[in-house]
Design a protein around this ligand. Structure first.
Ligand code: AMP
Length: 275
């Protein structure tokens, strides 16, 4: 496995490979890797000749400086996990290496920027678009892999790919969960045992909503249950194709439930397909 910190050296290596008609799969991450990230790498390995994983904690997508500063950095463990998975290349650049000669494409995200994560984390998706435009243009992947756990991000990245022609095909990968149902996340490491246990209620609530015949009524019941454990930011049902909030479910066959909330000052998000 090759590790690059400078984009120029990485680009030389990648152009050599692509000149031999090798396809490149790309998995962008912020490190502190777990089984969720590695599942993306595995899928990328199945579908491409070469897989590049980036590890870059992107300052422009954090709206709380303390969240950026406290972001866990576990490079030695990450490297081992990627090596064991069979990843070919790690790109772990400095902020300067990523952002020099910034492209800053004009992407119209429409209402996505005002809903859910957009509303609760002002500027977050701008930062995501900025960093991915840079990483996509450095790596020029054939396919790029994103977790559906961050469904709204996946949606934003698809818009970026369509509107800027960067990133190749955008592939959404299923969420990897703990046995308890809690979505794997680097932030889970910061939960104490009680809160870790309480956090499994998110998935239980999703399942209860999925089973229910009256989605709106059940949504309200589950919001109440979750509010006893979390500082709930949203629990909402949206069309999976448009991300519009739904109150009537007759005209759509892709309904997803979305959650964000804080427990012990740790912010968790998750979502799940209802139909
Ligand atoms: P992050 O390092 O948090 O920016 O995540 C990097 C990528 O891994 C993103 O595309 C995430 O959606 C994805 N990811 C994070 N957690 C999971 C999970 N539990 N299952 C699947 N993908 C995940």
């Amino acid at each position: 496995m090759l590790v690059y910190q400078k984009k120029e050296a990485l680009k030389v290596q990648l152009s050599e490979l692509t000149s031999k008609n090798q396809t490149v799969g790309f998995v962008p991450t912020m490190g502190a890797l777990h089984e969720g990230h590695i599942s993306l790498v595995r899928q990328a390995l199945e579908e491409n000749d070469v897989v590049v994983c980036s590890i870059f904690v992107n300052p422009t997508q954090f709206n709380e400086p303390s969240d950026f500063e406290n972001y866990p950095k576990t490079f030695d463990i990450d490297r081992k996990l990627l090596e064991d998975a069979g990843c070919d290349v790690i790109y772990m650049p400095s902020v300067e290496d990523v952002y020099e000669n910034e492209l800053n494409p004009e992407i119209d995200l429409g209402r996505i920027e005002e809903e859910m994560e957009g509303a609760h984390r002002p500027g977050h998706f701008d930062g995501v678009v900025r960093v991915l435009a840079q990483l996509f243009s450095i790596i020029s992947p054939d396919k790029s892999y994103f977790g559906l756990k961050d469904y709204q991000q996946y949606f934003v990245v698809k818009q970026l790919a369509i509107q800027s022609n960067l990133g190749g095909e955008i592939i959404g990968c299923e969420t990897v969960r703990e046995v308890s149902g809690l979505a794997k996340s680097s932030r889970n490491l910061r939960l104490n045992p009680t809160n870790l246990d309480s956090a499994s209620q998110i998935y239980k609530s999703f399942l209860a909503i999925k089973k229910s015949y009256n989605l709106i009524e059940e949504l309200d019941i589950q919001k109440q249950i979750l509010s006893d454990l979390f500082d709930v930011e949203y629990l909402t049902l949206c069309d999976g194709e448009t991300l519009e909030e739904l109150r009537d479910f007759s005209n759509t066959n892709h309904v997803r439930v979305f959650f964000a909330g804080k427990i012990g000052n740790i912010r968790l998000i998750d979502n799940f397909r209802i139909k």
